[in-house]
Each structure stands twice: as structure tokens, then as C-alpha cells.
Design a protein around this ligand. Structure first.
Ligand code: CDP
Ligand code: MG
Length: 672
């Protein structure tokens, strides 16, 4: 389906425009090719109608297939027609990568420098200015802003994008923007328009929630996709994916790209290595294969590779997490290989355990994945599960709010002045048990008191000021009391970024040897601190990072995060104190913040038992404590693979745990 366009601009026009500077605010130069691409998007013919409708409505829901142009075009259309009345248009994204890459693209389409008319704002990074009118931001950031300004006064339009993903922050935002809209109306403040954009058709639910808001349907572009099921259940989906990939690659002509869905960074990097190894050793005369990983934590320069057109005679294979399901659009895909699994957070309110584990996708997700093969012409999708297995997938993905630890969100809602959490206007309510579990956790951390209603304590209010999960922000407050804010700030910052350790498979021994000088028998947190000290001592030298197998980019990000956290501490007048080499104090602070994540060594075994839920857990092989058996540890997170592993550990004294929460441990004093 071809779209009508406005025809090419006259030669004269093109000539004049090209003599302007590339970026000059309002009249930036936009290459004709980009303008043409915009006009070719499926959304373009509906432009006038969409603007009219949104002009008229307070709230609307827009449904359109992935790739139709919702995320990149709608904000620009609204700006061009000044529907925003000179105020800012906010567009939320569940993922920071999407917020960043999309704002880059839109800035280009507008011919302005990123951070000028078009900008983005994600945790620890704000690329906007007073000129910014289109602001891409993570849903988490908008929620955070709402704490300071619950009426969201600086925005005239809020677009909640990728609503079908139902992330916990988007779900809470549904209620928060709805409330802001109503309050602004009743107080006669400039109206707030809400636009909910989604790629799937679960619209009745959205519409009902937003007081029967009208639904605008976009005609998408979808060609038929042939679906192939596995004849029998597959025991190793990574292996099956790679086998399928090479079966396709052998027989299909080049330049038909492949999109493969796996679950997480480590798995994807390992699959990418295997694919590259096979390609190198292949005897047959196969077309060159360009292998690109794609996951949220990947640095942006590496992500851009995914979007580059494939050279003639080659084939590109993108090995991605569910990020490629709907939030980023990649051209040229003809084949999809769907493992049928996704990594998801699962929370058990009874045990208080928050686990990251691989689970089956929903039917809706499987359909989205399949659809990616048919955006430009007919394609094929290879499902690595049987048709019978597919029939047993759940219809829709369970909203994150119904399967996650809610302590961060409850803390934020309380900071927003919403104390009756159980009766908050959720689109889908989380279970009462998980709300209660979250309140308990916050109570254990001293963040709330339970009187007639639940109230934030002064400690809780301070915790909410940090863009961190409650356990980490509490640890910072404890560090202030114990004069080791400098050290804990460093550790918290390093835990908030992607791993700074680089361990290439081919140079594993060398990397481990280089790391030896930082290793601490007290655990991973202290090792991170040692690395940071080493890095600062050489002023962040690139050579030092290379020699020591440290990721310089992540180190820089951590330094930036640290500075921002420090600024918050400064505003709250926390004294900047260091405890020098007194690592026991540092570990004590960690124990006081993370006592709910403590485990003790089982007798005559190398396994541990978590103190909160009495579950058997093990030390992750990546930990410096992997070969040690300290009696008590605290951990940063649990991940479930073949076993339930604790990641990022610190050796602690059981007395510290007891001191931290005598009531919590009253049933069983650690160490007795
Ligand atoms: O939001 P939706 O899935 O409807 O589409 P979009 O994200 O607005 O993308 C529309 C088109 O913009 C894609 O098909 C790509 O051609 C292009 N695009 C791009 O080239 N680079 C980006 N970073 C984002 C979008
Ligand atoms: Mg989109």
C-alpha cells in the first residue's frame, strides 16, 4: 500500500534550504529522504483526522500496528498543529533505550539538535532545554516528576505510549494522569489531554477505564506471515534457535533479515558468539551473516548497528529481547524465530521473594513477534514450540503490577499524597496481599507508620527523594548516620548501572587475573568500591580500564549517577563523610538496608537458606564469593536459572541483621 505524498519540493526550495546550517532551531534542514520517509508511513494519510480528533477530545486511545508511525509522528503532528498550545508534550516509553533512540530520530526529522525542540529524559539523564516541546521520557521519570507536581502543569498533552506493555509505571501513571486531568478541570487550570497509544487490540479495557474514551484505529500494514510450529517440544530453545537460523540462512537468498527472540543479555551475547563462531568455521559458501545483539542495556552506539541497512549480498540477524516486539522498529525483517519465552519479574507476596526468571510469553506477545515478519512483505515465523503448547499460553500478558514487588510504587504513591493505596484507581488492581506485603517491607525499613491510615515517616519522605529502590535509598540514609556516605554512594551508583566488569570468553583467565587486585573476601560490594577507587586514582584512564577489563563507559555512567545522587544528598544537607578503609562499617550499613535479602549457610552444605522465606539459594558463579562459604551474606537480587542464585553479595555479621530489624527477626534470631 503506497501513500499519497505532497510531491517533491521545487529545486529552488531545496537549493535554499541546503544553504542553511544543519541545525538552527525552528527552520532546521531536513533531508528530503527523511521527509519522504515520513510521508510514506501508514499513519500519514490519517494525519488530519487524528489532529482533529485529538483537538476535540480530552482523552483518546489510539491503536495501530507496530511500525505505523505512532511514536515518532503523533507528537510532531500535534506540535505542527499547536494542539499543545505552546506547552510541552510528554511521551512516555517503558524503556530508556526507546526514549533515547526515538527522540534522536524525531530530532532529526525536525531538523533540530537533540535537547532543543525535541529532547528526552530518563533516569540520571536529562537532555532537554527550555526550548523543548516534545519530550520523550521513561514512564518512571514522569511518575517521579508527578511527586513534585501532581497536576503535571508543565504539560498540556501526556501521551502514554506502548500501553499494551502494561509496565508497573505506566499502570500507575494511568491513575495519576487521570487524577491530574480531573483536578485541573475542576480548578480551571489549562486542560490536560491524555492520549493512550497501544499496539494491541485490548481496547475495551483501556476505553472503559478512561470513562469510555473514543478509540481511534489506524490502518496498519500487515502482510501474511506463514507460521511454522516445532513438531515436538524443544528442550533447549537457544540451541533450537541457532539451528533454525542456519537452516534458513542456508536455503534463503541473502538480504532477507532474521529477527530472533531470546530472553536476556547473557543469553543473547552467548548466542551471538556461537553464531559468529559457526559462521567463521562454516565450509560452505554461505552469504556473510551480520550478527547484532539488541537488549536494553546495550550501549547506544552498538544499538545503532541494528538499524543500519544490510549491505547487498549479506544477511543480518538480530538477536533481541522482547524490546524488538513493539518498542523499536527494524526494517528488512522477513523471518522471525520465536523462542516463546521472555524474562520477567515474578513476585511472591507470601515469601516476599522477587525473582527474575524465564517464563512463557502470552498469545498476544507471540502474535506481535510473528507480525514483525510481515511489515514490508510476506514473511515467515518459526515458533520453537508446538501448536499445542501455544494453545496453553495465556491470552494476554499479566500486567507487571500484578506480579511485581510493589514497595517502590507504594512509596511513590504515598509521596504523591495517595494514602489509600488499596482503593487507588488502578486499571487492574494488584492483589491486596502484594500491597500489604509492600507496606510491610516499607514498614520494616522505617519508611511508613501504620496509624488510622498508612503514612510516610520523615525517613520514608527522604527515601522517596531518591530515584532508587527503597532498600538502596534506605542504605544511603543509614550511611549518612554512620559517616560513610562517600563509600555507599559509590556502591549504590555502581549497582545502578550495567556491570562494569568485562569478561570476554576468549580472555577469561586474563580478565580474572587482572581483577584479582580488586577482589575482596568481604564480597562484591567491596570489590566494586576497590574498582572505583582504582579508577579515580588514574582519573578514569582508558588504558587502565582496558588493562583491568573494566567497562569505561559504564564506569563513566556510574560516576555521573553518583554525582546526581550526591546532589540530592547535598540538597538534603547530608554531611559528606568518608569512613576510609573501615569496610566493616560499610558492610554494616548494607546489612541494615538489605536485611530482608539475607541468607545463612546451611549446615554441612554449600547451599544457603534465605532468612525471609527459608528458600534454598546459591551463590552466583559471577560473585567473588563463589568459592567461599561465609556464614551470612546479604544479596542485591535473586535470579532463577537452573537454581535460584543470589547476585552481588556482601559478607555480614548476623548481629547486624538482628540489630537492623529485631522485630522482623524475632521469630528467629540469626545465628542461634
Ligand atoms: O510507534 P510505531 O510502532 O507505530 O512506529 P514508530 O516507532 O513511530 O516508527 C515508525 C517508523 O519510523 C519505523 O518504521 C522506522 O522506519 C522509523 N524509525 C527509524 O527509522 N528509526 C527510529 N529510531 C525509530 C523509527
Ligand atoms: Mg511505538
Amino acid at each position: 500500500m503506497r501513500m499519497p505524498d505532497d510531491g517533491p519540493p521545487s529545486k529552488k526550495f531545496r537549493y535554499t534550504v541546503q544553504h542553511r546550517s544543519t541545525y538552527d532551531g525552528n527552520n532546521g534542514y531536513v533531508p528530503e529522504k527523511l521527509q519522504q520517509e515520513r510521508r510514506n508511513l501508514p499513519i500519514y494519510p490519517a494525519k488530519g483526522k487524528i489532529i482533529n480528533q485529538i483537538q476535540r477530545l480530552d482523552t483518546a486511545i489510539l491503536i495501530g500496528e507496530t511500525g505505523s508511525g505512532k511514536t515518532t509522528q503523533i507528537p510532531q503532528y500535534l506540535l505542527e498543529a499547536n494542539v499543545n498550545k505552546n506547552a510541552i508534550i510528554a511521551i512516555t516509553q517503558p524503556r530508556r533505550v526507546a526514549a533515547i533512540t526515538i527522540s534522536q530520530r524525531v530530532a532529526e526529522e525536525q531538523g533540530t539538535e537533540l535537547g532543543q525542540r525535541v529532547g528526552y529524559c530518563v533516569r540520571f539523564e536529562d537532555v532537554t532545554s527550555e526550548n523543548t516541546k516534545i519530550k520523550y521520557m521513561t514512564d518512571g521519570m514522569l511518575l517521579r516528576e508527578a511527586i513534585l507536581d501532581p497536576l503535571m502543569k508543565r504539560y498540556s498533552i501526556v501521551i502514554l505510549d506502548e500501553a499494551h506493555e502494561r509496565t508497573i509505571h505506566t499502570d500507575v501513571l494511568f491513575g495519576v494522569v487521570k487524577q491530574a486531568q480531573a483536578r485541573r478541570k475542576s480548578r480551571g487550570i489549562r486542560p490536560l489531554k491524555i492520549l493512550v497509544m497501544s499496539a494491541t487490540m485490548d481496547v475495551d479495557h483501556f476505553s472503559a477505564y478512561f470513562n469510555a474514551a473514543p478509540v481511534l484505529y489506524l490502518e496498519g500494514r500487515q502482510y501474511p506471515v506463514q507460521v511454522y510450529y516445532a513438531p515436538e517440544p524443544q528442550s533447549d530453545y537457544t540451541f533450537s534457535s541457532i539451528v533454525t537460523l542456519f537452516q534458513i540462512h542456508r536455503v534463503e537468498p541473502p538480504n532477507k533479515d532474521i529477527l530472533m527472540f531470546l530472553t536476556g543479555q547473557e543469553e543473547i551475547e552467548s548466542a551471538v558468539r556461537t553464531i559468529r563462531d559457526i559462521t567463521r568455521s562454516a565450509e560452505e559458501n554461505m552469504a556473510p551473516l551480520i550478527v547484532c545483539p539488541l537488549y536494553a542495556a546495550l550501549p547506544s552506539y552498538a544499538q545503532l548497528k541494528v538499524f543500519k541497512p544490510t549491505p547487498r549480498g549479506c544477511r543480518k540477524v538480530i538477536v533481541a529481547t522482547n524490546i524488538a516486539e513493539t518498542s523499536v522498529t527494524i526494517q528488512g525483517i522477513k523471518f522471525v524465530i520465536d523462542s516463546g519465552v521472555v524474562k520477567a519479574k515474578v513476585f511472591n507476596p507470601n515469601s516476599g521473594l522477587d525473582l527474575l526468571k524465564v517464563v512463557k510469553v502470552s498469545k498476544a506477545q507471540a502474535l506481535q513477534r510473528t507480525g514483525r515478519a510481515g511489515r514490508e512483505s510476506a514473511g515467515s515465523c518459526y515458533r520453537l514450540y508446538t501448536e499445542q503448547e501455544f494453545e496453553h499460553f495465556s491470552d494476554n500478558t499479566v500486567p507487571e503490577i500484578q506480579r511485581c514487588n510493589l514497595s517502590s510504587v507504594v512509596l511513590q504513591l504515598l509521596a504523591l499524597g495517595i494514602s489509600d493505596i488499596i482503593n487507588f484507581d488502578f486499571m487492574d488492581k494488584p492483589s491486596t496481599e502484594s500491597i500489604i506485603a509492600a507496606v510491610h517491607q516499607l514498614h520494616n525499613l522505617g519508611a511508613v507508620v501504620k496509624e488510622i491510615s498508612i503514612k510516610l515517616t520523615p525517613v520514608g519522605r527522604q527515601m522517596a527523594a531518591f530515584p532508587l529502590e527503597p532498600r538502596l535509598s534506605k542504605t544511603l540514609l543509614i550511611a549518612k548516620e554512620n559517616n560513610c556516605l562517600e563509600e555507599i554512594l559509590t556502591i549504590v551508583s555502581l549497582l545502578s548501572v550495567d556491570s562494569v566488569l568485562v569478561t570476554p570468553q576468549s580472555k577469561r583467565e586474563e580478565a580474572l587475573a587482572a581483577r584479582q587486585k580488586f577482589v575482596s573476601s568481604e564480597g562484591d560490594h567491596i570489590m566494586l568500591l576497590n574498582i572505583y577507587k582504582g579508577y579515580k586514582a588514574v582519573k578514569g584512564s582508558k588504558e587502565w580500564c582496558m588493562e583491568n577489563f573494566i567497562n569505561q563507559r559504564n564506569m563513566k555512567t556510574a560516576t555521573e549517577v553518583r554525582k546526581q545522587l550526591y546532589d540530592i544528598c547535598e540538597r538534603m544537607e547530608f554531611p559528606r563523610k568518608s569512613c576510609g578503609n573501615d569496610t566493616a562499617t560499610i558492610r554494616k550499613c548494607l546489612a541494615h538496608g538489605f536485611f530482608m535479602n539475607a541468607a545463612e549457610l546451611q549446615k554441612d552444605s554449600s547451599e544457603y537458606t534465605s532468612l525471609s522465606s527459608r528458600k534454598t539459594v546459591s551463590i552466583h558463579p559471577s560473585s567473588v564469593l563463589f568459592r567461599c562459604k561465609p556464614a551470612y551474606v546479604i544479596y542485591n537480587e535473586l535470579i532463577q536459572t537452573t537454581k535460584c542464585y543470589m547476585r552481588d553479595l556482601c559478607v555480614v555479621d548476623p548481629d547486624w541483621l538482628y540489630e537492623a530489624a529485631p522485630i522482623y527477626f524475632k521469630r528467629k534470631k540469626p545465628g542461634t
